[in-house]
Design a protein around this ligand. Structure first.
Ligand code: HEM
Length: 460
């Protein structure tokens, strides 16, 4: 396994820590064993150079060819679904909600909740997100803090508070701290199960119980009590109200409390974990690359001075957004998206049989040697206005097609606001003994946390 990234052609570019393709593929069995340690470490070198790879006959096809992804995600999306394994993993949280709903029910549920993610709705949420960020930074800068902060935990706590505050109008009707703890335990459990999930053919999962279901009842109890209380309370114009009012335009069906709770739990989970992974890496970049931190700080001070950040500032924070886009390229929290074929077909020159799995290794697609210049280097200017945009399905941190992430715009807005707020007020320094290493578990966390020293920045 290569430990040194290839030097970028542009020598001035910084190459941050990464899981890199092996210099030479070992025996497939060895690669297979590596997946026990880490999914991405079990991927072939060819994934970073070619269009597709199948580890062994009968195993899932991995594909990054943009034309094949157009087929999979868009043109023939109806012939591929997430499969039984995915549903078994995520039904525990989402129940019958958007993420794991079957086609017919998914469509109207997605439409019903989409209003919460419209640009005008989002822009109105920006000041609340910024205020939560400022409160968190106050705590990070506390003079009583003697040790480095574990930024992974600190940012997860922040994104959790933000999703509760923006989508559910706060935690007046449930214990948010307890819920966050339960969600963390759920993630650990799913992370542990990962390998057994991937080893078995998809049809095996169709008949198996949800293996982490012990988490479901206590999580749902809290949310259902909240939904019941909100039915009696005046509307607040948030996601809860949208779901309470939702109606399938074709059948007239509405959401019962159980389905609303499924969706809320799902949105809480999907809406904070991935965002916090991206932000944790972005804050590492600010700590490890002072030029970037200085550019972000200069931009936010020019755009907003010392005043509160709002939705209008978000569009003007152009470079900050470029940084976030580049971080999501190098460290995509959803590093692998998976589908199961409903019928026999061909993708990137490989046969795919009905019932077999197709994996889209987003991490490898984002570092593909023939589709990116200096693929391992950090270069936010590749996303600058006027730079040639990445080709279709070459950059896909939020997936693609009808199932594309519903929260993409929310996540970007939130990340830009937090990054700007942190860069404006703090100096960050990485305090680990060795550079952080990404580990592909449920998402792409730094393996040993993210210890950062946080000190106040010089005022402008
Ligand atoms: C940086 C942050 C995020 C990343 C990288 C991310 C990534 C993704 C990806 C890759 C998918 C597609 C999965 C597939 O095709 O199987 C997805 C779906 C989804 N995401 Fe996100 N996500 C993020 C933040 C959010 C947020 C903030 C929310 C909600 C508040 C959210 C809600 C959803 C939902 C509901 C789906 C399922 C959509 C459907 O099946 O129709 N995500 N996300």
């Amino acid at each position: 396994m290569s430990l040194q990234p290839a030097s970028p052609a542009d020598r001035s570019l910084w190459v941050p820590p990464a899981i890199l393709p092996p210099d030479r593929d070992p025996h497939p069995a060895v690669l297979g064993l590596r997946t026990f340690q880490d999914q991405i470490r079990g991927w072939s070198r060819s994934l970073y150079f070619e269009d597709a790879w199948r580890p062994m006959p009968g195993t899932p096809l991995f594909v990054t060819q943009p034309e094949a992804l157009q087929t999979l995600f868009v043109d023939q999306a109806q012939d591929f679904d997430q499969g039984a394994m995915f549903k078994r993993m995520f039904r525990v949280v989402w129940g019958r909600g958007v993420l794991t709903a079957d086609e017919a029910s998914w469509r109207w549920q997605r439409r019903a909740s989409a209003h919460a993610f419209r640009p005008t709705t989002l822009s109105a949420l920006a000041p609340r997100i910024a205020a939560q960020a400022e409160t968190a930074i106050d705590g990070w800068l506390s003079p009583r803090r003697k040790r480095p902060l574990d930024m992974r935990q600190a940012v997860t706590a922040l994104t959790f508070r933000i999703i509760i505050d923006t989508m559910l109008s706060g935690d007046a009707y449930f214990d948010a701290g307890r819920m966050q703890q339960r969600i963390a335990t759920f993630f650990e459990d799913v992370g542990r199960l990962r390998i057994s999930y991937f080893l078995m053919p998809d049809r095996y999962h169709a008949t198996r119980p949800d293996a982490t279901s012990r988490h479901r009842a206590p999580l749902l109890r809290e949310i259902r009590a909240m939904v019941a209380a909100r039915r009696e309370a005046p509307p607040r114009g948030d996601l809860v109200d949208l779901l309470l009012a939702a109606r399938d335009p074709e059948t007239g069906e509405t959401m019962d409390d159980a389905l609303i709770a499924d969706n809320l739990l799902g949105f809480i989970l999907a809406g904070h974990e991935t965002t916090s992974v991206g932000l944790t890496w972005a804050l590492y970049v600010l700590a490890a690359h002072p030029d970037t931190a200085a550019r972000v700080r200069a931009e936010v001070r020019a755009v907003a001075g010392d005043g509160p950040l709002t939705g209008e500032h978000v569009d003007a924070l152009v470079f900050t957004r470029q940084v976030m886009s580049e971080v999501l390229r190098l460290y995509p929290p959803g590093y692998l998206v998976t589908r199961v074929a409903h019928r026999d077909c061909e993708l990137a020159g490989h046969r795919v049989r009905a019932g077999s799995r197709v994996n889209v290794p987003i991490y490898a697609a984002h570092r593909h040697r023939s589709r990116w210049t200096d693929p391992d280097a950090f270069d936010p200017d590749r996303f600058a206005p006027g730079a040639p945009p990445p080709g279709r399905h070459v950059y896909l941190p939020f997936g693609a097609g009808p199932r594309i992430c519903m929260g993409a715009a929310f996540a970007m807005m939130e990340s830009v606001l937090i990054l700007a707020a942190v860069a404006r007020r703090t100096d960050l320094a990485y305090a680990g003994k060795k550079p952080p290493v990404p580990r592909a578990g449920m998402t792409l966390w730094p393996a040993d946390g993210m210890p950062l020293r946080v000190t106040p920045a010089q005022p402008a």
